[in-house]
Design a protein around this ligand. Sequence first.
Ligand code: TYC
Length: 106
Amino acid sequence: MSQDPEHKLNDELEVQEAEPQLKRPPLFKVILLNDDFTPMDFVVMVLRNFFGMSEEKATQVMLHVHTRGIGVCGVFSKDVAETKVRLVNDFSRKHQHPLMCTMEEA
Ligand code: TYC
């Protein structure tokens, strides 16, 4: 048997265990901001079309944003949140409304 430390037998090898993979991927809140110009109907339409809300839920969220200044449209993975923010902002600009959608880590 070799005495060379580089050639240990298998049962003598030290094995470093992998760190447990416990971290879940971060989630992001997609947020709508109030402004004085975007029509309420347009905001309700955005919430229905981009966030799958019912008319009732969309109206409730729109009124929350209108009165409180800010509100959450939903919580998503980073990729999905980024895409929703971009689609909503592009859609608002296309219709010449200043509606602002943004995101923050949940
Ligand atoms: N404040 C707007 C108005 O009075 C309505 C509005 C609601 C705009 C929510 C943006 O995210 C918003 N027409």
